[in-house]
Design a protein around this ligand. Structure first.
Ligand code: NAP
Length: 263
């Protein structure tokens, strides 16, 4: 066998010339992923529901690493939002070839009490909007013969929380879509993967984790005995969004400190 010893990993992680959209990147995990992609050279569309101080702060941090980055806004519970976000992007640059579907809505409600409106909103943001954005961005990825689609799921695909039944189901539906589409687009140089976070210290968990007893109960369940920081998702996302991950598709990369593992 003849070996190519020029592994050159630095080049394989290089995202210069790539354009990324990271939904829900005003805060939390999405913000860290946006920063990671920007650090490796991608132009990033930083996204939030509407203009806000967190969105401005995230954009300022991203622009320090990748100056041509910009922000877009839109509430993904509105079915027209994916198209409207695409229109905002097209005013700045061609549609993205790296699509990170990170925004989500999560209600803590016992399953018998989940209202149709709550169920619908979670499915709209966590599943339908992901599908719509994938459909919008696919043609250009296909034409370029290069694309990366990364959905952000949850450890709840494996361990659904009793008070988040529809949220967990929406994440499993999204991950099923990933495996289905991955097969269909692989020949165009497009990978489609899911990253499933465990417990991350972000705004949505701030109140719950500020209770020391609850925080201890949570960390006791995690083999790594600590919850994650947003930046813990950035390296995994970079792998799946770069040439370093070109042969990984239809995968579900769980970033959870072992939480999904049976005891
Ligand atoms: P977060 O800190 O709560 O931030 C959520 C982001 O999504 C924000 O930027 C928010 O925009 C945006 N967003 C919320 N509702 C939206 C809507 N209706 N339309 C468009 N954007 C919306 O979230 P996170 O904890 O980093 O979670 C990021 C992803 O990881 C989510 O998919 C979540 O389900 C998943 N996850 C998180 C954990 C965890 O422990 N944190 C665990 C498992 C999975 P604004 O800033 O404008 O409000």
């Amino acid at each position: 066998m003849k070996y190519d010893d020029d592994i050159n990993l630095g080049k394989k992680f290089d995202l210069r010339g790539r354009r990324a959209l990271v939904t829900g990147s005003a805060r939390g995990i999405g913000r860290a992923i946006a920063l990671g992609l920007a650090e490796y050279g991608a132009q990033v569309a930083v996204h939030g529901v509407s203009q806000s101080a967190p969105l401005e702060s995230a954009l300022a941090a991203v622009k320090k690493l990748s100056p041509s980055s910009f922000s877009v806004t839109g509430d993904l519970s509105d079915a027209e939002s994916p198209e409207k976000i695409a229109e905002q992007i097209k005013r700045q640059c061609p549609l993205p070839d790296i699509l990170v579907l990170n925004a989500s809505v999560q209600y803590r409600t016992k399953w018998l009490e989940i209202s149709p409106a709550e169920a619908l909103k979670q499915m709209q943001v966590n599943f339908n909007a992901s599908l719509a954005l994938m459909q919008i961005c696919f043609p250009l990825m296909k034409e370029q013969r290069w694309g990366r689609i990364l959905t952000i799921g949850s450890v709840q695909e494996f361990r659904p929380h009793p008070d988040m039944a529809v949220y967990a189901a929406s994440k499993s539906a999204q991950e099923n879509l990933v495996r289905n589409v991955a097969r269909q687009v692989a020949a165009y140089g497009i990978t489609v993967n899911n990253l499933a976070p465990g417990v991350f210290a972000t705004d949505r968990n701030e109140e719950a984790l500020s209770n020391p007893e609850y925080a201890k109960r949570v960390t006791d369940c995690i083999p790594a005995r600590t919850y994650a920081e947003p930046s813990d998702a950035a390296g995994a996302a970079l792998l799946l969004c770069s040439d370093a991950g070109r042969y990984i598709t239809g995968a579900n990369l769980v970033v959870d400190g072992g939480l999904r593992l049976p005891g």
